[in-house]
Design a protein around this ligand. Structure first.
Ligand code: HEC
Length: 545
């Protein structure tokens, strides 16, 4: 489907008016506007700090006077003079462009457009009556999802046996999956192409209930802990979409096509991470380009924005919440442009700290890690994309350790059942991307290193270099017959805490390891670029995941 594009209606007829003025201009006025004017007047000329410059406002005004304003500014207002950057002819060309502006292809998120993309696929109530209990597994929380990125599919796996239960097309580059904590039989996925899909895990083959095209480029997804609402975040059109979690009916949109960024400029922002919290009736989402986190209160009529936390940092990405005392009160929001983890407090709805993760580090926590340490109390960790460094901080928001790893990574994962933080090195190049560092949660040192070789896998002690375990690994070749060095990422607990699942992106399989030791158990094979795994049982107790 096509999302409605907001095309600002201009005067319906085009007048070749530049000929009215003396001199010719070679200025690319559109580029000039983007560079010099958009910050104040808005990407769609809708105004902000500056005046509304859309044709409806300007068409009846004297073109000569407007050109004079551009050249000389408006003393006593924020409108600066541009005489040093533009000639008279340039200013006249600019006025002509403004007076006949037909709208840029900035898509603005609208509820009507999203509603057009909502489709019911099966009768939820019928399934509810027919399948009160899960058909394919003992408990629906035993199910894990795997996203097969390049195959655009979601796969459901029995997390207690590793058996593949079903596969479903779910949109280009399926990104994230979440479950309904109140009713874990309902699961949801979002694809990068903006398709949200709802599944009923109790049915044979985990059938779809509904789908909704929320945008054309999307990322984040969260379900409110009361099980009633689902929120999706879009890159394009910028904004977030609140849906009914039982039907996917779109209820409200939060467009972010005109927001103030950290430089004080108004522009469009993509929405990155979306987070629910057990702390209050809130869902938060991060404005990637604008540096804000918005908090909405879904218990109030019309689901208002009740918190706007600006200036967290540039290029916001993913985040996670605290565990332990007051679980879910704090959101750790990664800013990749400023190399900080911003700590947002849901209680005061304010930014309480910025944890600096190091120069050029680009924090990427993924599901993050929050655990209790005997010496420091509750701790938090993120991975770094640009350097091999796991950064750990405490509840006073001070960094207490930097753990050097082999290379840049995307995910750190842990659970109460493993003594380790499992950190991948998936961006560290072929020499390092087949390693997972197992960092001891108490000593805050690397305890062991898991390596998946082309023929053998090993767990070694980084201090004594002794091999603790070693096992045979089936060699995988690419289409040209070249042996593949497994590129491994994302550690997810499964099977009542006994296992950790690690995706092998280019080798098409998931390795299962003992959570307590890192020892190899077995492979789930026959997958296409498995990326993200999600254990319902594990995530039931993780806030915001
Ligand atoms: C720092 C902010 C800022 C920037 C940058 C800026 N403007 Fe303005 N502009 C304003 C403000 C504020 C006003 C309204 C002034 C007033 O109150 O009369 C304004 C007014 C105008 C007006 C008059 C509108 C009317 O209805 O009378 C025009 C035309 C205009 N700006 C064009 C531009 C162009 C073209 C650029 C870039 C080359 C630009 N502005 C850059 C802040 C800005």
């Amino acid at each position: 489907m096509r999302l409605g594009k907001l095309v600002i209606s201009a005067a319906a007829f085009a007048v070749v008016s530049s000929g009215l003025f003396a001199g010719t201009s070679h200025m690319d006025v559109e580029k000039m506007f983007e560079k010099e004017c958009q910050g104040c007047h808005g990407p769609n000329h809708e105004g902000g700090v500056g005046a509304d410059l859309r044709p409806a406002q300007l068409e009846k005004k004297n073109a000569y006077t407007l050109a004079e304003i551009i050249l000389n500014g408006r003393p006593g207002t924020a409108m600066p003079p541009f005489a040093n950057k533009m000639t008279k002819a340039d200013a006249q060309k600019m006025v002509d462009y403004l007076q006949h502006f037909k709208g840029k292809k900035i898509e603005v998120l609208t509820l009507d457009a999203v509603k057009q993309g909502w489709k019911k696929l099966n009768d939820r109530m019928k399934f509810l009556k027919k399948y009160p209990n899960p058909v394919d597994v003992k408990k629906n929380t035993d199910i894990c999802f795997v996203t097969e990125r390049d195959a655009a599919r979601v796969v459901f796996v029995d997390g207690t046996t590793g058996k593949i239960l079903s596969r479903h097309p779910a949109g280009f580059a399926v990104h994230v999956t979440v479950t309904n904590k109140r009713q874990p039989r309902y699961a949801y996925s979002i694809s990068r192409s903006g398709l949200v899909t709802m599944f009923d895990l109790n049915t044979p083959g985990q059938q779809k209930i509904a789908e909704c095209q929320v945008g054309s480029d999307s990322r984040g997804l969260a379900v409110s802990p009361d099980g009633k609402y689902l929120m999706a975040g879009n890159y394009v059109p910028g904004g977030a979409v609140l849906m009914d979690a039982m039907t996917l009916e779109p209820l409200k949109v939060y467009p972010t096509s005109s927001v103030i960024n950290m430089d004080g400029d108004i522009g469009s922002s993509r929405v990155a991470g979306v987070y629910d919290t057990p702390y209050g009736p809130y869902i938060a989402f991060a404005l990637k380009d604008a540096g804000h986190v918005y908090i909405i209160d879904y218990s109030k009529p019309n689901y208002p924005i009740v918190g706007d936390i600006p200036n967290i940092g540039k290029i916001l990405h993913d985040g996670f919440e605290n565990e332990g005392k007051e679980i879910g009160r704090y959101l750790m929001q990664a800013s990749q442009g400023s190399d900080v983890m911003g700590v947002v407090d849901f209680k005061t709805k304010s930014l309480v700290a910025k944890v600096y993760t190091g120069p050029g580090s680009k924090p990427h926590p993924g599901q993050g890690s929050s655990w209790y340490n005997d010496r420091y109390g509750q701790l938090y960790a993120t991975n770094s994309m640009n350097v091999g460094d796991v950064v750990i901080w405490d509840s006073d928001w001070n960094v207490v350790a930097h753990i050097r790893t082999a290379g840049g990574g995307l995910f750190v994962g842990t659970s109460e059942h493993t003594p380790f933080i499992w950190s991948d090195n998936v961006l560290g190049g072929p020499a390092n991307w087949n390693k997972i560092y197992l960092i001891n949660k108490q000593t805050l040192e690397t305890d062991r290193i898991l390596t998946v070789g082309t023929k053998r896998g090993t767990i070694i002690d980084p201090v004594t270099h002794k091999t603790l375990y070693s096992w045979k690994v089936p060699t995988v070749k690419d289409k040209k017959g070249k042996v593949i060095i497994p590129r491994i990422l994302h550690a997810e607990p499964a099977n009542h805490g006994k296992w950790t699942m690690v995706s092998e992106w280019n080798a098409g399989r998931i390795g299962i390891y003992e959570a307590k030791t890192g020892k190899f158990v077995k492979y789930i094979e026959g997958l296409t670029t498995p990326t993200f795994t999600y254990s319902i049982e594990h995530r039931q107790s993780i806030p915001g995941a």
